[in-house]
Each structure stands twice: as structure tokens, then as C-alpha cells.
Design a binder for this molecule. Sequence first.
Ligand SMILES: Nc1ncnc2c1ncn2[C@@H]1O[C@H](COP(=O)(O)OP(=O)(O)OP(=O)(O)O)[C@@H](O)[C@H]1O
Ligand code: SF4
Ligand SMILES: [Mg+2]
Length: 338
Amino acid sequence: MNDEIILSVKNLKKWFPLRRSIAEVFKGKRKWVKAVDGISFDIKKGEIFALIGESGCGKTTTGRLIMKLEELTAGQIIFKGVDISSLSSAKDIKKYKEDVQMVFQDPYASMNPRFRVRDVLYEPLIIHEKTKNHAEMEQLAVKALEEVKLTPPDEFLDRFPHMLSGGQRQRVATARTLVLSPDLIIADEPVSMIDLSTRAEILHMMKEVQERLNLTYLYITHDLSTARYFCDRIAVMYLGRIVELGTSDEIIENPLHPYTKALIAAVPEPIAGKENIIKDIPIKGEIPSASNIPQGCRFHTRCLYAKPICYESDNDPELEENSNDGHYVACYLHKEIN
Ligand SMILES: Nc1ncnc2c1ncn2[C@@H]1O[C@H](COP(=O)(O)OP(=O)(O)OP(=O)(O)O)[C@@H](O)[C@H]1O
Ligand code: SF4
Ligand SMILES: [Mg+2]
């Protein structure tokens, strides 16, 4: 990995309009689901960068915005120095969608059940007009299957998705992204639907491919226990905001935000084979709705350290660097707490 920034996300927002009652329409009131509410981060070339957080915190929406599957409400997404909102020609957008690929949570749902593995792998080549030559397509498909260790490839090319195990299906989903030689892969909960015993194997394969091909990953997950092994840096999301960001070692061994502490305390072994030293960090209640975000620090309704500054302030605390070490935290009281 070098320090070249491949993706830069700046103050990104995605607000979905909420259906209004007739009375609200007449009053001119608009309501929003603030799925992503002002997040910024950079990903370096060759890095595995994780977005971690509870269900509904905006991880997938962030991935979909980067993939240009959603229109952003505000902010910028800069890929290799180019603001992707400025891509206007079909040719430029197509090229971007070749360079940035996504692996989805449920490989079964994202594959046409009537497609054989070869068709699954040929499809992006056809859409992106890479080649019309069948021998060449087969060569690229075989190479991609070898990359993900589905060998011998001939044994898999003519199978349908239902003839594969969950782990094998996720390998095919990864192979499908590789045929286009992307630079950035967004992997959205790639192992959450796979049997526990196969998860480590698939993550190991993904990491090996990433190192061999010098790929960059944005890894989206709610599972902290895989993060330290798999990722270089972690951003912790809460209700549409990033509350902590740092190297995986720092986040897992020295969490600064009360929310991160609570997430880590809930994992029996955040570092494989080592007992969790962060214990008994409680968290109150349930995550609030993204359409009714608490004033001030949005975590205050669940935080046991909250003081008036946390709920009387007009804004959320901004991410600030803790001690010049690339470890950032957004908490008014982090110095006091830690
Ligand atoms: N198209 C949509 N219209 C309205 N609200 C949406 C839409 N898509 C997502 N949301 C809302 O935005 C918020 C963030 O959703 P998102 O899917 O990004 O969360 P997530 O972190 O990926 O959760 P999970 O871990 O469950 O996959 C949620 O409150 C969700 O209900
Ligand atoms: S700002 Fe206050 S409410 Fe928010 S995390 Fe810090 S202590 Fe808790
Ligand atoms: Mg999701």
C-alpha cells in the first residue's frame, strides 16, 4: 500500500424523502430519512477500509452512492482525482462502473438462477464490450475462477448457482468482479450469509486476491470480529455519521468513542485467541430512527457518559484527531472519558 488516495468521500449526504400525511403536505413540512448525514473519509490505493456499524446506520447506502446506484443529496465522491458527479458521458460512467465493482451480501439473489457460472462471468464482459470472442471470454472466466480458487475451473463453469455451496457462490460473485480488472471493490457484508466455518476461508481468499492484484476494498460489515484480521483501517458509523476512524489495531485495542467501546465489549474475541479486555461498556436502549435524529450528539440517547453539552449543542461533534496518529473520534467528552 502507498499513500496515493484512490477514493475520497467529502461530507456525503443521502436523505430519502419520507411519505407525508395530507396535513403535513398542507403545512409544507418535509421529512427525511437521513441515511447518510455528512461523512468524509479517504481510502488509499491497496488498502482494505472498513465501514462498521449496526443495522440501518447507512453502510449500504454509502456503498450504493459510491457505485452511482443512488443520487447523492450533498457532498462529493472523488475517484482517482475525478468528481464522479461530473461524469456525464455514458462512456465515462461505463468506465467508472468497470473500475469500481460491488460484491453483495446475498450472492444467490444477485445471480440469475438460470445463468450457468460461465454466463455469470461472461455477462460483465458483454455489458462492458470487453470482447465478443468466446474463446477469449472463456480464458478470462477461467482466470477469474483460478484467482478465487475454484479449481479446476472446468468443473464449475457449467454449474448453475443452486449447484454451488454458499462459499462457492461468494467465490463466483468475487470472480465476477475480477473479470473486469477493477481498482476498487465494495464488498457489502460478503460473508454474513455464509456458514460460520466458511467465513474465515472466504475472507482469506479475498485478502489473498487483494494482495496479489493490488486491489483496494471498501469492506462493509457489522462484524467487528473479522475486522482486525481483514482490514487496515476502520470507520465506525452510527446513524449516518462516522464517530471514530483509525487503524484496525487502534480501533480494536484502544477505542475512544463510547459507541465503539460498546460494540467491542459485545464481541467475545475481537482479537482471535485473545480474551476481550474491554468489558461491561453498556449502551442504553435501541438505535433511534434515521427520520428522527436526536439533537446534538446523535448518540446521546444511548450514551451513559452524556452531559448537557451533548444534547444542548446544535450540532454533532466533529471528528477530530486524538493525538496526531490518524485516530479520529467525534465526541465532545472523549478526553474526559479516556
Ligand atoms: N430507498 C430508501 N428509501 C427510504 N429509506 C431508505 C432507503 N434505503 C435505505 N433507507 C434507510 O436508510 C437507512 C440506512 O440504510 P442502509 O441500508 O444503508 O443501512 P445498513 O447500515 O446497510 O444496514 P444493514 O446492516 O441492515 O444492511 C435505514 O434507516 C434505511 O431504512
Ligand atoms: S458527545 Fe456526549 S453523548 Fe456523544 S458520545 Fe460523547 S459523551 Fe456520549
Ligand atoms: Mg446494509
